[in-house]
Write a protein that binds this ligand. Structure first.
Ligand code: RIB
Ligand code: CA
Length: 321
C-alpha cells in the first residue's frame, strides 16, 4: 500500500522538487499540499504549488492556502542574509501559469479535519515555517494525537543559513516551531541542514535530470540549476557547483529510511536570544533534563537521493517528446 502524506510547503524551488517527488513516486500517495508564508508570500507559494502540480500532470492533487504571517511576530526582521536577493527562491517559478485553482477551505481547517477523520495513517511533512502546524495544534486539542508521524525539514545543529545560529524555517516563526517541538507528537523526525547539506545535487546531475525529457526532469533541472547559482554566489557548499534540495530529502526519506542517519534526542527552540532566536537547541550529549522528543538526522546518503530523483522524474507528463 502506498504511504499517504500531506506536504506543508512555502514553495520555493526545493519545495517544488519535493512536491514533484511526492506526487510521482509509486510508493507514495500525496493527498494534498498546504501552503504557508515563508520563502515568498503565501499567495505566491500557492500559485507556485499549483503550477508545479499542473506541469507534471497532477493537477488533481488539491492545494489549500494557509497562514500569511508568523504566529506571534508581526513580520520577521530581514537579516543581512535575506537583504540580498540570492536568487535561490523567486516569487513566481519559471513554469506555465497554473490552470488549477486553490481550494476554498483554509489549510489549517483542512489539516485539522483530515487528521480527525483519517482511517489510514497519514504522514505530515512540513517543509516551510511551522505556522500552519502550530495553528492546528492551538485550535484542536486532539490534533497532535491524530497525527501518527511528522517529518519536518528545518533547524540546524552545526550552523544556520539565515543567521549564524538559525535555519530559515524555524527562524521565520520560532514561536510556532517551539509549539510543534514541545507538542508531544508520537513520532517526530527532524531533517536539519546538517543532513540536507550532505545530499547535494551537482550541475551535472541537474543536466542529467533535464536529459530525461520529462516535465518533472526539466522542471527539477531548472530549479536546481537556479539553486546552484544562488548558493555559489551567496553560501558556496563544500562542493562548488552543487546545492542542497532540502525539502525533497524529507520526501525521499519516507521511501528510503536508510537515506538518513538519525539520533533520538531532545530539541527545543530559542525564541528570546538576541543572537540566537530561531536556533534549534539539539541536546546531542544529554546535557539537559528534557527527554528526547525527536529523531534528528545528522547524516544523509547523497547517492540514494539522486538515484531516486533520476528514477522517479522519468515519469509524469511529457510535453517535449
Ligand atoms: O532552510 C531551508 C528551508 O528554508 C527549505 O525548506 C527552503 O525551502 C526554505 O523554506
Ligand atoms: Ca521550504
Amino acid at each position: 500500500m502506498r504511504r499517504k502524506l500531506i506536504l506543508d510547503v512555502d514553495t520555493g524551488t526545493d519545495d517544488a522538487v519535493a512536491i514533484m517527488l511526492a506526487a510521482l513516486h509509486p510508493s507514495l500517495e500525496l493527498l494534498a499540499v498546504t501552503t504557508v508564508n515563508g520563502n515568498v508570500e503565501v499567495q505566491y507559494c500557492t500559485e507556485n504549488s499549483l503550477k508545479t502540480l499542473d506541469f507534471i500532470g497532477r493537477g488533481d492533487i488539491p492545494v489549500y492556502q494557509g497562514c500569511p504571517k508568523p504566529l506571534v511576530r508581526p513580520d520577521f526582521p530581514v537579516p543581512r542574509s535575506l537583504k540580498k536577493d540570492d536568487g535561490i527562491h523567486i516569487k513566481t517559478l519559471p513554469l506555465p501559469p497554473a490552470v488549477s485553482s486553490k481550494q476554498d477551505k483554509n489549510a489549517v481547517e483542512f489539516l485539522i479535519e483530515t487528521f480527525r477523520n483519517a482511517t489510514d495513517d497519514i504522514v505530515l511533512v512540513p517543509v516551510g515555517p511551522l505556522t500552519n502546524i502550530a495553528a492546528a495544534i492551538t485550535a484542536d486539542p486532539d490534533f497532535v494525537k491524530n497525527v501518527p508521524e511528522i517529518v519536518i525539514m528545518g533547524g540546524a545543529h552545526y550552523t544556520g543559513n539565515v543567521t549564524p545560529a538559525a535555519e530559515f524555517n524555524v527562524w521565520a516563526d520560532p514561536e510556532a516551531a517551539a509549539i510543534v517541538f514541545s507538542a508531544g507528537f508520537a513520532k517526530l523526525t527532524l531533517v536539519p541542514l546538517d543532513a540536507t547539506f550532505q545530499a547535494l545535487v551537482t550541475g551535472e546531475q541537474a543536466k542529467a535530470l533535464e536529459d530525461l525529457g520529462s516535465n518533472a526532469g526539466i522542471a527539477a533541472s531548472r530549479f536546481i540549476a537556479q539553486r546552484i547559482k544562488g548558493y555559489d554566489a551567496t553560501q558556496p557548499m563544500k562542493v562548488s557547483g552543487a546545492a542542497p534540495v532540502h525539502d525533497a530529502v524529507c520526501v525521499a526519506y519516507l521511501v528510503r529510511p536508510d537515506l538518513l542517519e538519525t539520533r533520538h534526542v531532545n530539541i527545543v527552540v530559542e525564541t528570546q536570544g538576541m543572537h540566537t532566536v530561531g536556533r534549534t537547541v539539539i541536546d546531542v550529549n544529554r546535557r539537559g533534563n528534557n527527554e528526547p522528543n525527536g529523531h534528528v538526522a545528522f547524516g544523509a546518503q547523497a547517492d540514494i537521493f539522486i538515484d531516486m530523483l533520476m528514477t522517479v522524474f522519468q515519469g509524469g507528463r511529457r510535453d517535449h517528446d
